[in-house]
Design a protein around this ligand. Structure first.
Ligand SMILES: Nc1nc2c(c(=O)[nH]1)N[C@H]1C(S)=C(S)[C@@H](COP(=O)(O)OP(=O)(O)OC[C@H]3O[C@@H](n4cnc5c(=O)[nH]c(N)nc54)[C@H](O)[C@@H]3O)O[C@H]1N2
Ligand SMILES: Nc1nc2c(c(=O)[nH]1)N[C@H]1C(S)=C(S)[C@@H](COP(=O)(O)OP(=O)(O)OC[C@H]3O[C@@H](n4cnc5c(=O)[nH]c(N)nc54)[C@H](O)[C@@H]3O)O[C@H]1N2
Ligand SMILES: [Mo]
Length: 763
């Protein structure tokens, strides 16, 4: 078995009933367990106390904002934020001895969970061409190896990936270096995440980001939460939803799975409330079929449109439409053609459910739509997101308090990295700024995004791959193709905190460069440094680590980029040495090159940080028409062949993307196993299988059969014809030739699959 596949061993599935309530005491208990597993309790608690506090560090978990935009004392933390910190602040170390003991091939047989648990990478490591083991290397040698390679190839033969934890400062330097080196090959995790959002929203509201603030969430009349599992992935969002409910707001949840976190919440930070049964969050739960959200939105719009026609001005906000929007005629024409019954049938929901929810929408004037991966990772995602905006536009529900669009971001600084210019495209404004400020001619041609990079590697067009964080082989679709591509590179390099599969699926030669994490003190020649991040609502705040790391030979991400640039581009006039010494100078450069960062150094030192400019929030839409744009797109419902299922991939409650904290998915009642397929009981019966049956899952796109071996069926509340599996185990099934139209995002949330029962093994 090759090392890119997660080992196909079963670990002992236990099925319990799903939880009926999120957070509360169990969450507190589990977070403490994670802390004590990795750290001494005292130190652990001290670290937690500094989390998201004034002068503290930005939680490396999700990108949800802090209350009131400030890192107030006793700011929020959550079970999964605590796990993220414990994972990073672990006292376990791996270095020369560990890598001498374990060959790369052996480590390839470890599960992701086992790899992650090994500890922090404590020194730079090198895998020589043909070697079986990583061996220690000095930092100077490592920079020499990389710069020699980079100087011997064409810039477009190098690829520079970024995950979303990288700070603004490091991201700005990184893209500056890569562009001065001569390429726009800057794929990032965003290409697999909210790329569809960035594209759709830029086109229709003039900014590829959300328009709401945390305060807006509290004030909304109605929140529609679609394709998102905040109880697990953005737990601090639940306290905002709790406030919205206390203020009399309502919530509709749209999700094929009944996610516990969306139903009821007991706030662990309001001990008095723990004693009570908590807050009911969702008023109406719509278990839509996988990827039929666009049909649901279209059905709502059709109902409202027809009624508006009968009673003009009663259902739509005519004044808003007149003053602030364009392209209404094309939208109206599409509505005329829309067949409501067909839309309803596509969703798998009942007419009553759709009527009731459209009633809630009609009765609300301040509406916010929150959404995440359940909407962005499909072929039609860009269109679905435009449909979300159509709904907000007819209601005039954008650019005023309590209303707007809220794409909930993933990685804690994924939005900031994009703001800093990490993108396979170079905006003309940034090109101009780089030219003016640094006196070089940046490349103007688009580079590779994630999927293009995978295909270029596979075609042998990439010689050098550098990852600023992340786990490329496991996070990307089409695992075997990615792995084969990585193996064709001359040199693969990872700037990482923890061991992962991408260190084991490598080019002829490989390097691991261990870096400081968010939680750690970053000491440079001019003293202690801090960095900054942008959260999901466009607030930029500083982040300063608190832990000392004297027992590891680490460098900061900023310092690594400066040294790599200095070695690779000796003639560069960028002050790399000074930037490394004093991050204030990096921020001055950002202020000079990126709009919205004027006075960065002063503003970021204010405890609440600062908001970046946001046009849609002010009803200022910088689109081609100068207004918010209606869209008219085609519906593309799924028509499955007999025996086919539409498979969506989800995160368990015990993982951070490809980092597996544990084997339990407590809220969903699935324990001790990740190799599972959630399936409707009737579909299970139809397959002639029982709960726990062992199966292989197969997908077939463009004539390529992809097979995931050895998964267990779990009967679950999910629409018929749909199944769910965990990311990253199921990535092997996700094609890379078929992607989201326009954004090229992998279709991780709607893959057509077949299920093959494995013959029963005699016991
Ligand atoms: N603890 C923790 N926190 C995280 C992460 C983590 O892995 N662990 N990851 C971070 C990152 S990078 C991201 S992007 C976010 C991800 O946050 P989410 O987007 O919440 O993550 P997913 O688990 O991918 O799940 C999406 C939800 O969409 C639903 N869904 C699946 N298919 C469909 C569909 O077709 N339609 C609809 N309406 N719903 C669907 C699933 O049932 C699930 O509830 O979280 C961030 N925060
Ligand atoms: N099937 C399927 N595939 C998906 C998704 C899905 O829902 N389904 N989701 C997609 C999404 S939304 C995303 S964002 C991507 C995630 O893709 P990535 O961002 O590439 O993956 P992660 O698992 O978050 O990366 C984890 C690694 O980052 C390193 N790391 C952690 N902290 C730091 C740090 O501070 N600095 C540095 N330099 N390294 C650090 C550690 O070594 C760790 O092993 O996956 C995508 N893939
Ligand atoms: Mo993400």
């Amino acid at each position: 078995m090759s090392s890119e596949r997660t080992p196909e061993r079963l670990t002992g599935l236990e099925i319990k009933s799903p939880s009926s309530v999120a957070a509360g005491l169990p969450a507190l208990r589990y977070s403490l367990k994670h802390v004590t597993e990795h750290m001494h309790l005292g130190e652990g608690l001290q670290t937690l106390a500094r989390l998201n506090q004034k002068g503290g560090f930005d939680c490396p978990g999700c990108a949800w904002p802090d209350p009131d935009g400030s890192r107030a004392p006793m700011a929020e933390y959550c079970e999964n934020g605590v796990k993220a910190i414990a994972e990073e602040a672990t006292k376990r170390r791996i270095g020369a001895d560990f890598f001498a003991e374990h060959a790369v091939a052996e480590l390839g047989q470890w599960t992701d969970y086992e790899l992650g648990k090994s500890g922090r990478i404590a020194q730079p490591m090198h895998l020589r061409a043909g070697a079986t083991h990583y061996t220690p290397v000095t930092w100077a040698e490592a920079f020499g190896l990389m710069s020699d390679k980079l100087r011997s190839i064409e810039p477009d033969e190098a690829v520079f990936y970024t995950s979303g934890r990288t700070s603004n400062e490091a991201a700005f330097l990184y893209q500056l270096f890569v562009r001065q080196y001569g390429t726009n090959n800057l794929p990032d995790c965003s290409n697999m995440c909210h790329e569809s959002t960035s594209l759709a929203l830029a086109e229709v509201i003039g900014l590829g980001k959300g328009s709401v603030t945390l305060e807006d969430i509290h004030q909304a009349d109605l929140i529609i939460c679609m394709g998102q599992n905040p109880g697990t992935n953005h737990p601090r969002m639940l306290s905002a939803l709790e406030k919205m409910k206390e203020n009399g707001g309502r919530m509709i949840s749209v999700n094929p799975l009944p996610e516990t976190g969306l139903m009821r919440f007991v706030n662990p930070q309001r001990p008095l409330k723990i004693a009570t049964r908590g807050t009911d969050l969702t008023d109406l739960y719509l278990q839509v079929k996988v990827n039929e959200d666009q049909s649901l939105l279209r059905a709502w719009l059709k109902i409202l449109y027809d009624r508006e026609k009968r009673s003009p001005g009663k259902y739509f906000d005519r004044a808003f439409i007149r003053e602030h929007t364009s392209d209404y005629a094309a939208f109206a024409e599409m509505m005329e053609r829309t067949d409501l019954e067909a839309c309803i049938a596509n969703t798998g929901l009942t007419r009553d459910e759709i009527e009731e929810s459209s009633g809630l929408i009609h009765g609300s004037s301040r509406i916010i739509i929150c959404y995440a991966m359940g909407l962005t990772q499909h072929e039609n995602s860009v269109d679905t997101i435009k449909e979300l905006v159509n709904l907000l536009l007819v209601k005039g529900s954008i650019g005023r308090p309590g209303a707007g669009i809220c794409p909930v971001r993933g990685h804690s600084n994924v939005q900031g990295d994009r703001t800093m210019g990490i993108w396979d495209k170079l905006k003309p404004e940034l090109a101009e700024a780089l030219r003016e400020h640094y006196h070089f001619e940046p490349p103007t041609e688009d580079g590779y995004d994630v999927v293009k990079a995978m295909h270029a590697m596979e075609a042998g067009r990439v010689k050098f791959f550098l990852a600023m964080g992340g786990n490329f082989v496991s996070a990307t679709p089409d695992t075997e193709l990615t792995a084969s591509g990585l193996r064709k590179c001359d040199q693969t390099v990872h700037i990482s905190t923890k061991l992962n599969r991408s260190h084991l699926v490598h080019g002829s030669e490989a390097l691991i460069l261990p870096c400081l994490g968010r939680t750690e003190i970053d000491l440079q020649a001019s003293g202690e440094q801090f960095v900054s991040c942008e959260n999901s609502m466009g607030v930029v705040q500083l982040s300063k680590g608190v832990l000392e790391v004297e027992d590891m030979n680490l460098m900061s991400e900023c310092a690594i980029v400066c040294e790599l640039a200095r070695h690779t581009l000796p003639e560069s006039r960028v002050p790399w040495v000074e930037y490394r010494k004093d991050y204030d100078l990096i921020r001055d450069a950002i202020a000079a090159c990126i709009p919205g960062f004027e006075g960065y150094n002063e503003k970021v030192r204010e405890s609440a940080g600062f908001y970046l400019p946001n046009g849609p929030r002010e009803r200022h839409f910088e689109t081609e028409t100068g207004k918010a744009r209606f869209s008219a797109t085609e519906l593309t419902p799924h028509r499955l062949a007999p025996g086919e299922f539409l498979m969506t991939t989800v995160r368990s409650h015990d993982q951070y993307n490809t980092t597996i904290y544990g084997l339990h998915d407590r809220y969903r009642g699935i324990h001790n196993e990740r190799r599972i397929v959630l399936i409707h009981q009737d579909d299970l019966d139809q397959l002639g299988a029982e709960a726990g049956a062992v199966v292989d899952v197969v997908s077939n796109y463009e004539g390529v059969e992809r097979k995931a071996h050895t998964f267990q069926l779990v009967p679950y509340s999910i629409p018929r014809g749909c199944v769910a599996m965990y990311f990253p185990e199921a990535n092997i099934l996700v094609p890379s030739g078929v992607t989201a139209r326009g954004s090229n995002c992998p279709i991780s949330k709607s893959v057509r699959v077949r299920i093959q029962l494995q013959p029963k093994v005699q016991e």
